[in-house]
Design a protein around this ligand. Structure first.
Ligand code: ZN
Length: 278
């Protein structure tokens, strides 16, 4: 289960969700807002013009109509990655958990219905440059707080309910909202990178062109892949330390350590397929 603040935030783990959906795992994506006030770059560009020069088609588009268009794009993006269970909530922007406690209850009910093993959401940490903690409220952080609150409530026994409590086994945060040296692990999304590009293109309401989409994925998923020695990847941060029966040794770690160095370079550049395709 994935919980994000805005529709586009899902893209940061879309390749990973595509991998799991294609293996038969059930994936549910929840967006707390419909993104009605976000990334309307075309409107911004019209409103900085003198009134007489503004394009009526863009200026007169209602916020609801813009949100409807974005949600059509969002559902199409989820479909690209095999995700059919898409839940959209129009909680008000700017989203604040305390102001919208209804959203915590909504999330709790979805958790009790879907009963996910894995939760992917926004970080629950406030952070800032040079150790200065940000005092400004951020919708992504708020979505992370709400998700944690909902997971906690869903795990509490409630004798008045017929629905048993549910504890989520593993919680991961979207690596896109962390610095590179804070990432705990990466998932190789080499087979899904082109779909990540298509997803960016589909968000046309946010002004994305194909050139922008390719550049974005190259510097975003491409940078993540570069750091961990593959072509494209998505990073994640663990909520809790993992518990293992012994020290885990992923095949990918052995391959990187024992494989040919030239093969490694060719794998990073896409000239050699990753192990999932080999
Ligand atoms: Zn967002």
């Amino acid at each position: 289960m994935v919980v994000v603040a805005h529709p586009h935030d899902f893209t940061h783990c879309a390749g990973t969700c595509g991998i799991h959906a294609s293996r038969g795992d059930a994936v549910t994506v929840v967006t707390l807002t419909n993104g009605a006030t976000k990334h309307n770059e075309r409107l911004y560009d019209e409103l900085i013009k003198p009134p007489a020069e503004r394009a009526p088609r863009i200026v007169n588009q209602s916020r609801e109509d813009y949100a409807r268009e974005k949600l059509r794009e969002f559902r199409a993006v989820c479909g690209l990655f095999g995700v059919g269970d898409v839940r959209v909530h129009g909680f008000a922007e700017p989203y604040r958990m305390e102001r919208t406690l209804e959203s915590v209850e909504t999330l709790k009910q979805i958790i009790l219905e879907v009963r996910p093993d894995i939760m992917i959401s926004h970080r629950r940490y406030l952070r800032g440059r040079s150790g200065m903690v940000s005092a400004s409220r951020n919708e992504h952080d708020e979505a992370g707080f709400a998700t944690h609150e909902a997971m906690h409530l869903a795990s509490l026994p409630d004798p008045s309910s017929d629905v048993p409590p549910h504890s989520v086994a593993l919680t991961y945060y979207l690596g896109a909202f962390f610095e590179t040296d804070e990432i705990d692990f990466y998932v190789d999304i080499g087979d899904w990178a082109e779909k990540r590009v298509q997803a960016e293109v589909l968000f046309a309401t946010q002004g994305h062109t194909e050139a922008f989409a390719r550049k974005r994925i190259e510097v975003d998923a491409g940078r993540a892949g570069w750091v961990c020695g593959t072509q494209y990847a998505e990073g994640f941060v663990r909520c809790d330390a993992d518990l293992f029966d012994e020290l885990p040794v992923p095949d990918r770690a052995l391959q990187r350590a024992r494989g040919k160095r030239m093969d490694q370079l060719r794998r990073m550049s896409g000239e050699l397929p990753g192990p999932s395709k080999a």
